[in-house]
Design a protein around this ligand. Structure first.
Ligand SMILES: Cc1ncc(C[n+]2csc(CCOP(=O)(O)OP(=O)(O)O)c2C)c(N)n1
Ligand SMILES: [Mg+2]
Length: 437
């Protein structure tokens, strides 16, 4: 990569992190006209195939070529997780998987209002990343992160009631799908459908905490398609220059609707974009819970130290269509086969039961059976809960008294006392000026 040989005025954050292997690092090249950067890649394999468009007529059709028979790599040992924590993450992943199967069944029974979105194949990414957050940190999930919501304290019944637009759902039946959060107790910002808009919102949450004297981690997700939006760039750039603790996970799942990655961007790995923002970037296997956790944990720690944002590219596969209405017929079958062998839940199960022997087969069966029973109770509760009453339909749609009552969480921000201004000449140099055209 060739750049102009101009010395940076201040110490590059990339250099600052090169010693702990967390993020992109700049190395001293032999040729001073040339800069070289590196992006850490935690994966134990690099899939070697490409998807090409090959259509006769107007149909959308793709072909895949490359090595599709590569053996499945082992799970990479975590630097941080112990036995208990690994089993907890595994439990969340199974709950995530089985809850989505229950949602699919509810849809097929005609009980869901609207569509259903799935994170099949992405459970390790959602659950292990959210597991790295601490109580005071913040999360903003997207449609495939129902696992993150579980880890952060929402119950399966909440999501089931939400999809069925029930009165006791988080939005009281005002929205189907996933547009809900909890800014009071769980520190969760609701998903925003306009892709990328959560990035500056979360940078703003980190800035708000900073003004209250705290550096926190704020985690959100963006797809391989959504990351190309302008607002994503603006949000990351703002977080970068302000050293805000944004942990942005790119869910690099090969598809944005029916468009493959090959037709979405030219860089080999989306983590490379971190170099352009001047922040650390790292690649992980999104089907390996330990890799996801380690990268997320390091990024969160960096955020809490006030050192700024991190970009994590989690490589994996969207194992269903965009939503329940999309059969994903445009995806080459061999591609699904390749990734089915890399099922994150099965890989982690094999790791815990066979490789580490942290769970005996009977313990594993009991864990799964207990979760199934719990989910069945949650489903029963959700299905039998009431719909909103017709009289309540007009309430809770527009902002009513108190709906925007946002209080400081960590401390009262320190501001300078207001000075009375008599004329524009009284404006001190340090004070903001308003420009109206
Ligand atoms: C700014 C914007 N443009 C387009 C859309 C419509 N849209 C919703 S999801 C989607 C595909 C997203 O693909 P990707 O970001 O890769 O996420 P994935 O569905 O694979 O998780 C599109 C184009 C949108 N919601 N917002
Ligand atoms: Mg995608």
């Amino acid at each position: 990569m060739a750049h102009k040989n101009k010395k940076p005025k201040r110490k590059s954050p990339l250099l600052a992190v090169s010693s702990n292997q967390n993020g992109s690092s700049r190395t001293q090249p032999k040729n001073p006209q040339q800069r070289t950067y590196s992006i850490p890649d935690y994966r134990l394999e690099e899939p070697a195939f490409t998807v090409q468009q090959n259509c006769e007529g107007s149909a959308v059709c793709y072909e895949i070529s490359g090595d599709l028979d590569a053996p499945v790599p082992p799970i990479r040992e975590s630097e941080y997780l112990d036995k208990k924590q690994c089993i907890e993450i595994y439990r969340w992943m199974i709950l995530n998987r089985k809850m989505e199967t229950a949602l699919e069944n509810l849809y097929k029974q005609g009980k869901v209002v609207g569509g259903v979105y799935f994170g099949l194949g992405q459970e390790a990414c959602s659950c292990a990343s959210a597991y790295a957050l601490k109580r005071d940190d913040w999360l903003a999930p997207m449609i495939r992160n129902q696992g993150s919501l579980l880890v952060r304290g929402f119950a399966p019944r909440d999501m089931m009631m939400q999809y069925m637009a029930k009165a006791d759902s988080p939005t009281g039946g005002r929205d189907g799908t996933s547009h809900f959060g909890d800014v009071e107790k769980r520190n969760i910002v609701s998903p925003i459908s306009m892709l990328g808009d959560l990035v500056p919102v979360m940078a703003g949450v980190a800035l708000g905490a900073r003004l209250q004297g705290r550096n926190i981690a704020v985690m959100t997700y963006i797809g391989d398609g959504g990351q190309s939006t302008g607002v994503t760039y603006e949000g990351i750039n703002f977080a970068a220059v302000q050293d805000l603790g944004l942990v942005l996970i790119i869910e690099s799942n090969h598809w944005g609707y029916s468009t493959p990655s090959e037709l979405q961007f030219r860089v080999k790995d989306l983590a490379e974009r971190a170099i352009g923002y001047g922040i650390p970037g790292v690649i992980v296997d999104g089907t390996d819970a330990c890799q996801v956790y380690d990268a997320a944990h390091q990024a969160c720690e960096r955020a809490r130290r006030g050192e700024g944002p991190t970009l994590i590219e989690a490589k994996m596969m969207r194992m269903k269509g965009h939503a329940i209405h999309d059969g994903a017929d445009y995806v080459p079958k061999e591609m699904f086969e390749y990734w089915r062998k890399r099922d994150p839940v099965v890989r982690f199960e094999n790791y815990l039961v066979k490789a580490k022997k942290w769970l005996t087969p009977p313990e594993n069966e009991k864990l799964i059976a207990d979760l199934e029973r719990f989910l069945e109770d949650e489903r029963e509760f959700a299905v039998n809960s009431p719909m909103p009453t017709p009289e309540s339909a007009a309430g809770g749609v527009y902002c009513e008294a108190g709906c925007h009552d946002i209080k400081p969480k960590y401390a009262i921000p320190k501001t300078k006392p207001k000075t009375k201004m008599r004329s524009s000449g009284d404006l001190k140099r340090s004070e903001a000026a308003v420009h109206l055209k």
